[in-house]
Design a binder for this molecule. Sequence first.
Ligand SMILES: [Zn+2]
Length: 357
Amino acid sequence: MASSPAAAGLPGPTSRGLALVRVSLEPGGVGLVPHRPRAPRPDEVELKVTLCGLSGADVVVYHADPAFDWVRSGTVLGHEAVGVVSAVGLLVPEWPAPGTRVVPVSMVSCGDCEECLADRPQQCARPSILGLNRDGTAARTALVPWQNLLAVPDGLPDTTAVLAEPTSVAWRAAATVGQIRPGDRVAVSTTRAVGLLAALIARSLGADVVMVGRPGPHHQQRQELAASLGLESTTEPEPESVDVWIEASGSGKQLAAAVEVLRPGGRLVLVAMYATGARQTVNTLVGKELTVLTSYASTRSDYDDALAFLSTMPDLGERLITVYPMGQAVEALRLTAEGAPADHGRPLVKAVLRLNG
Ligand SMILES: [Zn+2]
């Protein structure tokens, strides 16, 4: 069985032997602490994590959102990862064998609640989510039930495979829930990772896509990035010019804009959570008989589609991710939480930690 340098007591700690951990329930209460991994349970594999992306779930812990008080101090953060199987529990079958390159599905569903039995694992009544309910992937090694792993296709570099989780969320919103068809006029709000990925997926499905952004800090850099991916942007779309709007920003203003700009009978796909309600927005939504679709997290099948989609754009990660060494993990999370630009004025779309390799 493989062991990590920390477990073997090798000299250190180097920053790579550290884990990004919730250290308190106060705002900013995250830190780097020595990682002390246990052995895999019978159904678990140990993953040698190559890259770990930081995301909204890590940000809510960083901000100490009271809705996430249940995330215990000491929990290793992170749930977007690519890595290599380094050890397996006693009951793990032939696949995945040590050496297999994999991505984990971030939600470990219970498998026997009503929702799981009805094939809605993303609605599991007793979910256990990497980096929230259980130790995540922002450490040199992570433990994941083998059933939660997917093989990374050959030819898909780690730098793009690490986008599997946000791509699965985007795929679920655009394709599984949004049912985007060729010729649909699609608007996507937000140029964060899920928004850009949803726009690229919508385009691959044959839609005419426009990114809708609000003028603000870093807006121009974000527009330039979208343009470099061949995506058009606008700040003021024509009223009633859109068939499908994918709202991924969580902004009440963008939600109101979506309801304004969708044509009567159009489809609104919400793939965000909202802090405040907006009565006028809801009334207009009713008045225009819009179809409201909601998309939450993703399933294993969305991950399969996401990996197939990413295989068509293997260099995408190079455009979207900013890689930080583990020693800068707290700083990378702070920049993610504050929406700050990465170095050289490049917009920070997805901060990724390098743990191994
Ligand atoms: Zn369940």
